[in-house]
Each structure stands twice: as structure tokens, then as C-alpha cells.
Design a protein around this ligand. Sequence first.
Ligand code: C2E
Ligand code: CA
Ligand code: CA
Ligand code: CA
Length: 280
Amino acid sequence: ARILGRDRLLVFTPKMHEKARGAMETLMDLRQAMEKDELILFYQPIIQIPDEKITGVEALIRWKHPHRGMVSPAEFIPIAEETGLILSMGKWILKKACTDIKALNDLHPKKPITLSVNLSSKEFANTELFEQIRQTLAETGFQPELLKLEITESVVMGNAEAAVITLNKLKEIKVRISIDDFGTGYSSLSYLHRFPADSLKIDRSFIRRMHLGGENLEIVRTIVTLGKALKMEITAEGVETAEELAMVQELDCPCVQGYYFARPMPLKELNTSHFFHPLI
Ligand code: C2E
Ligand code: CA
Ligand code: CA
Ligand code: CA
């Protein structure tokens, strides 16, 4: 099919058509997914290196589609963002995650863990975000000190002034901020000290290339040094092998997250895992 615009010709190939229809179907299904309880939160442990104990979890959404099986958030989060559906979805995610991890911490009161929740740019631009977070904390009884909001550099850079205001308000109520995928954005260094972030997560792309040595290793070393100088917590993302673990350990990176220690898992599995029931 061809569509003539005012001054240009758009040609739809069968493949484009297929793709557009796929996205449309995904969107229509996604609208109902929340009501049908098809969205599930998984939790991936974050480990502190010296003693290899769990220090927190990151909530990661999954969609159990009736026909397509598990759909990756990489596929549906962008659609939810474009359509604004992310606002109600994000609200649900925060409340569910706070409720789940509050219950978990109540079972293990001696070592409460932190909860990291991802925020996308649409959510961050929402003027009701702060109030929504404050209210969710009040409703669920989740300790603000244990909540870490993960935002990427581009989310912050998109609206730097408004971002600083929101971040400062969150800081006032003791909620923590992590910069996700650190190193993949631009101008990281020039603005970093101006943002009230408490932690950095080193993007997996750097961790994966560390074994090549040279500048790859030096980038990770520099991020760790920088984070420490700014008194930030630092987590290496996507550590998959013993070799990668040894390297981040060598660089004195305090926390790791990755398949080497654990994959994202349902709450029930986390609760019964060796992280809470050491095999001694
Ligand atoms: P992210 O925030 O950077 O999350 C880390 C991703 O790396 C997760 O993918 C996680 O499962 C994966 N991962 C962790 N360890 C390893 C490892 O050792 N090796 C490899 N290869 N991968 C590892 P996931 O769950 O598919 O999520 C993809 C992205 O979708 C996230 O990237 C985040 O940007 C977005 N996302 C996921 N859940 C949410 C959510 O609840 N809200 C929002 N706004 N975005 C979310
Ligand atoms: Ca994240
Ligand atoms: Ca990340
Ligand atoms: Ca990432």
C-alpha cells in the first residue's frame, strides 16, 4: 500500500506493516494485561562483595502473555512509554514492589534489604510523581531509606532543572537515587556532582568488555574511583562469570548484580533462596 503525503511518498513494505500491527496488538493486549494479572514483578539480588551477602534487590517487570509466553520488558516498556500507559503501570509497579519487599523484610527483620525500582522518563516528567511516591510509602509502610529509584542519565538530562527539583524533594523524604546504565549517556562527568544521586550502576557493556583489558578496564576503574570520590555507592551490572567478579573485586567495586550470583526471580523463590537461608 502507498500513502501520499503533501510532499512525500511513504511506502509501506509488508514488513513495516507487520511491525506496526505487532506493536498495535502488543498495545491492545498490554492495556488489559494489568487487569488480567499478567504483569509480574521479578526481583534480582544485589550482592555486596566482601561477604557475598544480599544487600538489596532490583524489581524487574515481566509479562506473562497468554499466547506469546514471557514478553521482555525491552519490548513492551517502550510501547507503554509512547502511549502513556507507563504512568498507571509504574504506579502499580511501585506499590506492588514496596508491598512485596516490605513483607519480605518483615520476615527477616534483622537484615532488611533495599528495593530498587526503575523509573522511565515519562514517569519522571510526571508532576504527580513525588506525591505518588510519598503516598505509596505511607500506604505500604515501606521505609523510604530502603527505596532506591533507578533513573538513566538521559532521563535526567531531558529536563535537568525540573529533575533536580524532584530529586531534591525525594531526598528530603530520604528516598535514594541511583543512576542506571552509568557511562552510556553523555556529559556524565560535567553534571554528576550537581545531582543528588547516591549511587551509580556501571552498565553491563563495560563489564562485558573488561576482560579485553586496556581502556575497557580503565573505564570501569575510573567510574569506581569517581563514584568513591563523590561518596556514592557503586554497583557493577551484569556480572556473569567468576572472571568478571574477580576483576570488579580487584577494582574495589563494592556491589555486584548479575547472573553469576542470581537471575531475576519471583518473590517466593527469593524468600526461600539461600540468600535468606544460608546452608550452614
Ligand atoms: P535495566 O534497568 O538496565 O535492568 C537490567 C537488565 O539486565 C535486566 O533485564 C536484567 O534481567 C538484566 N541482567 C541482570 N543481570 C544480567 C547478567 O548477568 N547478564 C545479562 N545478560 N543480563 C542481566 P530485563 O529484566 O529484561 O529488563 C530490561 C530493561 O527493561 C531494564 O534495564 C529497564 O530499563 C526496563 N525495565 C525492566 N523492568 C522495569 C520496570 O519495572 N519499570 C521500568 N520503567 N523499566 C523496566
Ligand atoms: Ca535498572
Ligand atoms: Ca541498568
Ligand atoms: Ca541496561
